[in-house]
Design a binder for this molecule. Structure first.
Ligand code: FAD
Ligand code: A2P
Length: 273
């Protein structure tokens, strides 16, 4: 079947409700890209939340998917970090967006990966696989994260090094950030690992926590429910397994309505679920 470029498809409906303009696009691998769009004036969100975004479908109805906002709540623009699923209804098209194109963005942010869903603590662990780093790209850029915690540990695991690059560059850029640079230098520990290609640190997040390797490598004591908090975002299988590890350290799952020691969100809805 013939594939229409998205810019053509969009040109016909410049006055979409909830339309936002694409300001920049960066491709990281053949499966990953990030982009920035204009922010609706009315949109207020808490760093870590997600919104529904998408494009107009060929049937004239919006084709929307959940996306974590990767930019922090103070930013004038919105950033997203996306997978490209070759035959995915949305991302097979979304991956072709360019500067000046429009996307649809429903300004109703929700989500559990927010500071309010956790009891106060000393160390916060951000645990992500793949595009699950997106909500933490927001939270790592938010001063509130560093005001609330003495230490912030970002563990991100992907199969290969190239998939870590978006997160790696983001963490690097934080050190020079005029707003939070100093806080970050003292507090943020970054622990990227790969599982199917050699790199400085390897292995699954679950294994590196259970074995104590990450604590030894970073010079930290093991997690306890008194001091440690965690936010989790990855595939369903990862989330299930990492929850069991966190529970083994005595942490309990919280929610907006009932803050506890950790919270979880799916980075995507997997096949057959
Ligand atoms: P779909 O039909 O939605 O998905 C097809 C298949 O592709 C899925 O069954 C799954 O196996 C796989 N897949 C989908 N998304 C991913 C992914 N992110 N990583 C690996 N495999 C995937 N996606 C993002 O890229 N960035 C985000 O920030 C993001 N945030 C999300 C937040 C929430 C709360 C949820 C539930 C999902 C989120 N997703 C995110 C997934 C997103 O909603 C879509 O599934 C994705 O954009 C693919 O859309 P699609 O229509 O092309 O394919
Ligand atoms: P692995 O290579 O050992 O499967 P995927 O691309 O399949 O979504 O995986 C992204 C990363 O998450 C990979 O490094 C993968 O490791 C890891 N991973 C996948 N499933 C789990 C799980 N159940 N527990 C811990 N890590 C996982």
């Amino acid at each position: 079947t013939e594939q229409k470029p998205v810019s053509d498809t969009n040109a016909a409906k410049v006055h979409l409700p909830d339309a936002q303009t694409v300001l920049s696009v960066k491709h990281w691998t053949d499966r990953l890209f990030s982009f920035r769009v204009s922010r609706p004036k009315s949109l207020r969100f808490r760093s870590g939340e997600f919104v529904m975004i998408g494009l107009m479908g060929e049937n004239g109805k919006p084709l929307l998917r959940a996306y974590s906002i990767a930019s922090p709540s103070w930013d004038e623009e919105l950033e997203f970090y996306s997978i490209k699923v070759p035959d995915g209804p949305l991302t097979s098209k979304l991956q072709h967006i360019g500067v000046g194109d429009e996307i649809i963005l429903r300004p109703k942010p929700v989500g559990t990966l927010v500071h309010d869903a956790l009891l106060p603590g000393k160390t916060i662990w951000f645990l992500a696989t793949g595009t699950g780093i997106a909500p933490f790209a927001s939270l790592m850029r938010d001063p509130e994260t560093y005001e609330k915690y003495d230490r912030v540990v970002m563990m991100h695991t992907c199969r290969e090094n190239a998939e870590l690059q978006y997160g790696r560059e983001l963490v690097e850029s934080l050190k020079d950030d005029p707003l939070i640079g100093e806080m970050v230098a003292d507090k943020l520990l970054y622990y990227p690992t790969t599982t199917r290609e050699a790199s400085a640190h390897m292995g699954r997040i679950t294994d590196n926590l259970s074995s104590g390797k990450v604590f030894a490598d970073l010079g930290l004591p093991p997690m306890t429910p008194e001091t440690d908090r965690a936010m989790v975002c990855g595939s369903l299988a990862f989330n299930v397994d990492v929850k069991a590890v966190l529970e083994s350290f005595g942490l309990r799952e919280g929610a907006n309505s009932e803050p506890k020691e950790y919270v979880v969100e799916k980075a995507f809805v997997g096949d057959g679920i």
